[in-house]
Design a protein around this ligand. Structure first.
Ligand code: PLP
Length: 396
């Protein structure tokens, strides 16, 4: 048997979807990731990006990146541990620690690596990691890389979380790891209750706030700030690839924990550091997050409007309370057909099927940016209403 034999199945599946004109992945975009993008020379309204604050094409972000390239070049050619730490990495870490009022921070080259690095560095063989069944893939993989036992609780089910915590002996280290905002359906973790349980059972808590930072909370410090539990959370991780419109990830927490992760996280030590352009644009985004709350305000106004209208016409938006708004379609084939119809209407959204969703719950994932115009949003809402009608998902 050839180890490559398994490739045939996916090759056939991809070809079939391409022949039917319903292959939605790896689409080359020919412009910046703003509220409108160019694909195959045609303009589309982008509701498939995680650039919540609309900073990808902001002139200040570009200028910061260009200046960093001029000063530091294009790469560090090495890991943070050895030759790859620049003064701007340290500056960004200090500013993040101050922003969260935490003991320290460390930045990684991607958000995915941040989770791999933290979880594998902290999860030892005597420990138990307790995760939500719908946590992000980087958390699942981080758990796989750790030597800990891993227990999954039913999605957002606090009784199930408590049932699991109860069974863990006191002499084992415990950490609950949860997404602040769940990335596919835009629902939020019940952080107040999770904090209560972590205290009751003497566990630590790591919140992955990839979709929360810059978006939630009065000062943009994410879901922990939104719920008023910043001081009760042990570690927050975030990514620079979403609201920050850059690339990289970070962790904030107690100083000693940061020192441990810095010296034990293989995803940090054995991988090249964030490139200068990304560091400088992340730093600029942090400044903008702090100084321009009106961007968050605009984003939330758009979110309210979309959620209200989609619900009014009868579309199922799950439990979303955030700028990530799913439209639940059901069957995979219908989801791809719905996606194709949106494309025909000049709208770029993301079809999401199992295993990223439970089977039979295929959905169109939409997400919004502060830079979307009222006209963009009206066009999107009209298109969803018209397409939803074709699929019998809209009230008549
Ligand atoms: C919840 C969550 N955590 C982590 C990541 C990984 O972040 P990055 O894209 O920076 O690698 C993502 C990105 O998809 C995410 O949605």
């Amino acid at each position: 048997m050839d180890i490559f034999d398994k490739c045939d199945a996916i090759v056939r599946e991809v070809k079939r979807a391409q022949d039917l004109g319903i292959y939605p992945y790896f689409t080359p975009i020919q412009s910046a990731q703003d509220h409108r993008v160019t694909i195959h020379g045609r303009e589309f309204i982008m509701i498939g990006s995680n650039g919540y604050l609309g900073l990808a094409a902001d002139p200040r972000m570009k200028e910061a990146a260009i200046k960093a390239v001029e000063k530091y070049g294009v790469t560090c050619s090495g890991s943070r541990f050895l030759n790859g730490t620049l003064d701007i990495h340290v500056q960004l870490e200090n500013d993040l620690a101050d922003f969260y009022e935490m003991g320290g921070a460390i930045v990684f080259s991607t958000g995915f690596q941040t989770n791999l690095g933290i979880i594998a560095a902290l999860g030892g063989k005597d420990d138990v990691l307790v995760i939500d069944r719908l946590d992000h893939a980087s958390i699942i993989d981080g758990c796989r890389l750790s030597f800990s036992d891993v227990k999954k609780y039913k999605h957002n089910d606090m009784e199930d979380l408590e049932r699991i915590l109860k069974t863990i002996p006191e002499n084992r280290g415990k950490m609950i790891i949860v997404d602040g905002v769940f990335s596919m359906e835009g629902d939020m973790a019940n952080l107040p209750e999770i904090v209560r349980l972590k205290k009751k059972y003497n566990a630590r808590l790591l919140v992955d706030d990839a979709h929360g930072v810059g978006v939630h909370g009065e000062n943009g410090r994410g879901t922990c700030e939104h719920f008023g539990v910043l001081e009760d959370v042990d570690i927050i991780m975030g990514t620079f690839s979403k609201a920050f419109a850059s690339l990289g990830g970070f962790m904030v927490g107690e100083k000693d924990v940061i020192t441990h992760v810095k010296h034990r996280a293989r995803a940090l030590i054995f991988s090249a550091s964030m490139v200068p352009a990304s560091v400088a644009s992340a730093q600029m985004a942090l400044n903008i997050i702090k100084s321009e709350p009106e961007r968050r305000k605009r984003l939330w106004a758009i979110t309210e409007r979309v959620l209200t209208r989609l619900k009014e016409v009868g579309l199922d938006t799950g439990d979303s309370q955030t700028p990530v708004i799913p439209v639940i379609i059901g069957k995979d084939e219908d989801c791809f057909a719905f996606w194709k119809m949106l494309i025909a209407n000049g709208i770029f959204a993301n079809p999401v099927i199992s295993p990223a969703t439970p089977p039979g719950r295929a959905l169109i994932r939409t997400s919004y940016m502060a830079t979307h115009t009222d006209e963009d949003i009206e066009t999107v809402l009209d298109a969803f209403t018209a397409c939803g009608r074709e699929f019998g998902l809209v009230k008549t």
